[in-house]
Ligand binder design. Structure first.
Ligand SMILES: [Zn+2]
Length: 98
């Protein structure tokens, strides 16, 4: 079961990697194509690649923000304590007069 999940995760990562690679390389390779300026299929593909890279960039940004939030939430839980009073000698007003 774990092996199947790893294979699926690796396949998904490889698919995303190749989509990003193709979407990044194709516009630069086809930037000097002979354009007909009227429903040019190459220009439509270049636009689609740019939109794909832009969308994946947005997804990566939100995933990074979510990852940072989760890491702070579990590594620094004291930052997220709300309404819970942290007890110390000062907050308990303990006299140390002895
Ligand atoms: Zn074109």
């Amino acid at each position: 079961m774990i092996t199947r999940r790893r294979i699926l995760a690796l396949s998904l990562a490889a698919a995303v990697f190749f989509v990003v690679l193709f979407s990044s390389v194709f516009p630069s390779v086809q930037s000097h194509h002979v354009c007909t300026h009227h429903h040019c299929s190459t220009c439509e593909r270049i636009l689609l690649c740019e939109q794909t890279v832009h969308s994946l960039g947005d997804v990566a940004f939100f995933a990074a923000v979510l990852l940072v939030w989760v890491l702070f939430r579990f590594l620094c839980p004291s930052v997220f304590v709300e309404g819970k009073r942290i007890e110390s000698l000062v907050t308990l007003r303990v006299k140390l007069s002895h």
